[in-house]
Design a protein around this ligand. Structure first.
Ligand SMILES: [Zn+2]
Length: 136
């Protein structure tokens, strides 16, 4: 548990560096604006932002920082535990995501990163809004 905590603290510090040295500030700004505008509790906004910056203590990140030596997902034992896997792709999460049909694209769309998934969801939300406005 202490390993996880020190890894987490390390990633928090790392995150503040990454924010200023981002390679694509335009996309990050758009995502941040959407996350900031979301009507969710602050802790959800904060978590979403950290996940988009890959600054959460996933096993893959902890292996990269040499805090763990092995990064396989504990739940499926089949893939590295990245942020995208831990929150979206892991087959053990199907019971959660299959509950609501709006996430059915999970079955046939893959994303390279969690940030790409968030961009997709934001774009889908915007096009749904546009469609419902046009119907009125
Ligand atoms: Zn898994």
């Amino acid at each position: 548990m202490n390993e996880i905590k020190s890894g987490y603290n390390f990633l928090i510090k790392e995150n503040s560096v990454q924010v200023t040295s981002s390679t694509n500030p335009g996309i990050n700004q758009a995502i941040w604006r959407n996350i900031w505008d979301a009507t969710v509790p602050n802790k959800v906004r904060n978590f979403l932002w950290r996940v988009c910056k890959n600054a959460i203590p996933t096993k893959s990140n902890l292996v990269q920082r040499k805090i763990l030596t092995e990064g396989t997902c504990d739940h499926c034992q089949a893939s590295p535990e990245t942020a995208l896997h831990a929150l979206w792709e892991c087959p053990k999460l199907s019971v959660v995501w299959e509950e609501d049909n709006q996430w059915s694209f999970r079955r046939n769309t893959s994303f390279p990163t969690f940030q790409a998934l968030v961009q997709h969801v934001i774009a889908e939300g915007a096009s749904r809004k546009a469609t419902s406005v046009n119907k009125n």
